[in-house]
Design a protein around this ligand. Structure first.
Ligand SMILES: [Zn+2]
Length: 328
C-alpha cells in the first residue's frame, strides 16, 4: 500500500473527474478530426485555385502577346497623330503600356479613322484585361496561402490541447492508483465505437480501439469493455486470465494469414477481426469440449460474446469467438 503525501492526497481526483476529462479529450479529438477534414477540403480548393491560377497566367501571357502584336501599329498611329497639325502638345515617349494613355490624350484632338479607333479600343481593352488577370492571380495566391496558414495554426493548437488533456488524464489515472481492470475500463471510451465504424475493415487506427488485459491486443471499445468483464469472470473460475492469441487484426496481417492458410482465414477485408470484434483464444478454449470451452460456451453470452455457428464445423475453429449478435 502506497502512503500518499498530504499534498498528493488533497488533489486525488474522483472517478467522475476522470470521466469528465476523458470526455473532454474525446471531444478535442473529434474536433481535430473535423479540422483534418476541413484541411483536406481546403487542400482540394488550393489545388483548384492553383489550376485557375495557371489558366489565368496563360491568359495573361496571351493578352501580353496580343498587346505586343499591336504595339507596332499603335506606335505608328501615335507617331502620325503627333505629326498631324491638329495634335496639341507632344506625346510622351512610349513605355510598355503607356502608348494608349498617350493616344487617348491625342485622340480628343486628332481625327482618327474607324480602324485606328478600333485599334486603340482593342489596346485599352487588353490593358484592362491584363490588369484584372494580374489582380486575380495575386488574389488567388494570397487567399489560399492565408487559408492554409490559418487552418494549420488551428490544427497545431488543437493537437496541443489533445496532448495536454491526454497528459492530464494519464496523471489523474496514475494518482488514482487503480487496479488493472478499472484503469483499462476508464481509459476506454465507448464513444470510440462510432468513430471506429468510419474506417474500413482492417484499417482502424489504434487510437480508436481499446486495450484489453492481455498485453498487445486491441478490440473495438464495446467489445473490449465487455471482454474485461468476461475475462474477470473467467479468472474467478479458473484462477488465470484468458489466453488470447489474436484480437483486432489489420488488413496486412489478414492478407498474410489468408495467403498462408486459404480457406481458414477470412477473405481480407471481411473478417470480424478487422472490425475489432473477434478473438482467437487459447489456454484450453481452442479444444472443443474442454472444460474451458464448455464454460465459455455457457457464460460468454452474458457478456455479449458468442461462438459463431460456422466455427463449429466450417471451418472448425473452436478458438474463434465474436462480440455482438450472431449472423451479422
Ligand atoms: Zn479468428
Amino acid at each position: 500500500m502506497v502512503v500518499a503525501s498530504p499534498g498528493v492526497a488533497a488533489v486525488k481526483p474522483s472517478i467522475d473527474q476522470v470521466e469528465n476529462l476523458r470526455k473532454q479529450a474525446t471531444k478535442a479529438r473529434n474536433e481535430l478530426q473535423g479540422l483534418d477534414k476541413e484541411l483536406k477540403g481546403l487542400r482540394k480548393e488550393v489545388r483548384q485555385s492553383k489550376k485557375r491560377l495557371r489558366e489565368t497566367l496563360a491568359e495573361l501571357a496571351k493578352a501580353d502577346e496580343e498587346f505586343d502584336r499591336i504595339r507596332g501599329p499603335l506606335a505608328q498611329l501615335a507617331n502620325s497623330a503627333y505629326q498631324a497639325p491638329a495634335a496639341s502638345g507632344a506625346l510622351s515617349i512610349f513605355g510598355p503600356g503607356s502608348a494608349t494613355d498617350a493616344l487617348h490624350a491625342s485622340a480628343d484632338v486628332t481625327f482618327l479613322a474607324g480602324s485606328d479607333q478600333a485599334l486603340i479600343d482593342a489596346a485599352e481593352e487588353l490593358r484592362d484585361r491584363r490588369e484584372d488577370l494580374a489582380d486575380d492571380a495575386q488574389d488567388l495566391q494570397s487567399r489560399t496561402n492565408l487559408d492554409q496558414a490559418k487552418i494549420k495554426k488551428q490544427q497545431k493548437t488543437l493537437f496541443k490541447r489533445v496532448d495536454d488533456l491526454k497528459n492530464q488524464l494519464n496523471k489523474m489515472l496514475k494518482n488514482l492508483d487503480l487496479d488493472r481492470d478499472t484503469e483499462l475500463t476508464l481509459r476506454c471510451d465507448e464513444s470510440l465505437v462510432e468513430d471506429s465504424k468510419k474506417f474500413p475493415n482492417g484499417l482502424i487506427p489504434g487510437q480508436y480501439l481499446c486495450k484489453i488485459p492481455q498485453q498487445g491486443f486491441l478490440l473495438r471499445a464495446d467489445a473490449a469493455l465487455s471482454f474485461v468483464k468476461l475475462n474477470a469472470a473467467y479468472k474467478k473460475r479458473f484462477g488465470v486470465d484468458m489466453c488470447v492469441r489474436d484480437a483486432y487484426r489489420d488488413l496486412a496481417e489478414q492478407q498474410r494469414l489468408y495467403y498462408a492458410r486459404p480457406g481458414f482465414a477470412a477473405i481480407p477485408g471481411h473478417s470480424n477481426h478487422g472490425l475489432g470484434q473477434a478473438l482467437d483464444l487459447c489456454g484450453g478454449v481452442q479444444t472443443s469440449g474442454s472444460v474451458q470451452f464448455t464454460w465459455l460456451e455457457a457464460n460468454a453470452g452474458t457478456y455479449g460474446w458468442f461462438h459463431p455457428s460456422w466455427a463449429y464445423s466450417s471451418p472448425f475453429e473452436p478458438w474463434h469467438w465474436e462480440f455482438g449478435t450472431q449472423d451479422r
